[in-house]
Design a protein around this ligand. Structure first.
Ligand code: GDP
Length: 458
């Protein structure tokens, strides 16, 4: 996501930081680079023009020119403007969902067919049910969520929602193609009230293009449901076209926010900035994978930092916190302290936790540029494949073998390799790596962390 924009912008930032003096020439050069970077990322021309205009005004201003480190000051200007462009100017909590309403808080999903509405409904439901929602930076706890489909044109759409609701572990209210969308909406409201759901998410029909009937229908639904959030879901791969679709929906409905999907694809991401600009509505979430876990709340400031090559450590820490099972981690820590041996069973548990952290690509993306460069040599697909193979090998062993791997004979190693579909060398490699790791753990116990860091040359 934003790969090219990030690499171009971080280059600009790097050069600028080194400039002791800002001249007309190097300021122009910088603006040209930023402009190209944005255009290449598919940000629409009027948006780019306005952005460059604002940066230019400030670049010539006293704050920058009079600064002791003008290059640095200019980086600050670009960073601030980029944050504003991403929606930071809409207030600190603009990206948060607003659910403060007499329950059920209703969320209406709008967008074209194929934009990812149903998938996003499932993702949002899961996120809310797991307690992901925050208000003023504080988690508001797990929500009881009901989802319903008002898409009476495609029976498959209703089935699809049922499936994702099951995966998300939330309640699903069946609907059918012989019902009227308005009746489905009224029924769902009643049901959610009666069964005390905190949130009701209503998925709606989409068309391949914008059409009158679709807009009238969703307007009618909006009237009945009186949603606290009306989210417009848009496929980032649409590029420049996303702007027109966003305009149409924004004119028809009082949107409260935008969800941009498929940012994991080869989209250049610029649509995110243009859509935010033309609708004036905050980008609230981004979709970064087909899986239900692939939804991220959008933080303008963090994203701007990421694009400028400064990484998004805050999001990474938050995700790690959610993914890691604290009980498991504490058990492991206690085990290490007590002098018990770290065995392959522990290693297996650790691998499982790592997988919870999400896919490798999305972790690498959030690291600052200097790390990401090193990490860039890691192919996320390959790393993931390797993790999966390691898990396969471990799963083919018995718990007893995992606890005492030194007992593994050549014949068992062969069987394990066969069972997990890898060459026997890979089993040996894993055992060797594990030996090394165990050595490190021992060091850690003996001499503490500092000694180990020294041994590693840190
Ligand atoms: P709807 O017609 O708007 O309900 O769209 P769907 O939810 O059925 O999504 C259309 C396709 O896009 C499906 O194949 C989804 O798996 C896929 N999709 C949705 N969101 C994302 C995303 O964030 N990333 C990726 N890679 N695929 C997505």
């Amino acid at each position: 996501m934003f790969d090219n924009l990030t690499s171009r912008m971080s280059r600009v930032v790097k050069t600028l930081r080194g400039e002791a003096r800002l001249t007309e020439a190097n300021t122009q050069e910088m603006l040209r680079e930023v402009r190209l970077a944005l255009l290449e990322a598919d940000v629409s021309l009027p948006v780019v023009r306005e952005f460059i205009g604002r940066v230019k005004d400030k670049a010539l201003g006293e704050d920058v020119v009079g600064s002791l480190t003008p290059g640095q000051a200019l980086v600050g200007v670009v960073s601030k403007e980029l944050t504003a462009l991403m929606g930071g100017d809409l207030g600190p909590s603009a990206g948060e969902l607003s659910l403060a309403q007499q329950p059920p808080a209703v969320i209406l999903m709008a967008g074209l067919q194929g934009s990812g509405k149903t998938t996003t409904t499932g993702k949002l439901a899961r996120w809310l049910a797991e307690g992901g929602h925050m208000q003023n930076g504080r988690p508001t706890g797990k929500k009881k969520v009901l989802v319903v489909s008002a898409d009476v044109y495609r029976p498959a759409a209703i089935e699809q929602l049922k499936t994702v609701a099951g995966q998300a572990g939330v309640d699903f209210l069946p609907s059918s193609t012989d019902q009227k969308p308005e009746d489905i909406a009224r029924g769902a409201l009643d049901h959610a009230r009666r069964y005390h759901h905190d949130v009701l998410i209503v998925d709606t029909a989409g068309r391949l293009g914008i059409d009158e009937k679709l807009m009238l229908e969703i307007q009618a639904l909006h009237k009945i449901l009186n949603p606290i959030e009306t989210l417009f879901v848009v496929d980032s791969m649409l590029g420049q076209d996303a702007v027109n679709v966003a305009k149409a929906f924004n004119d028809a409905l009082p949107l409260t926010g935008v969800v941009l999907t498929k940012l994991d694809g080869d989209s250049r991401g610029g649509a995110a900035l243009s859509v935010r600009h033309v609708t004036g509505k905050p980008l609230k979430f981004i979709g970064v994978s087909e899986k239900l876990a692939g939804l991220e709340p959008f933080h303008p400031e963090r994203m701007a930092q990421r694009v400028l090559g400064m990484g998004d450590i805050l999001s990474l820490v938050e995700e790690a916190h959610k993914a890691i099972d604290i009980n498991e981690a504490q058990k492991l820590a206690a085990k290490l302290k007590s002098g018990d041996r770290f065995d392959l069973n522990d290693f297996q548990a650790q691998l499982a936790q790592m997988k919870n952290l999400g896919d490798m690509g999305s972790i690498l993306e959030k690291l600052p540029a200097q790390f990401a460069q090193a990490a860039g040599q890691v192919d996320p697909k390959k790393a993931e494949g390797q993790l999966r193979r390691m898990e396969g090998i471990l799963n083919s062993m018995t718990p007893a073998e995992r606890s005492k791997p030194e007992l593994l004979k050549a014949s068992r190693k062969k069987r394990i390799a066969l069972g997990s579909g890898v060459p026997v060398q890979e089993v040996n490699r894993l055992l060797a790596q594990f030996d090394q790791m165990q050595g490190m753990m021992k060091q850690m116990k003996k001499g503490g962390m500092a000694k180990m860091m020294r041994a590693m040359g840190g």
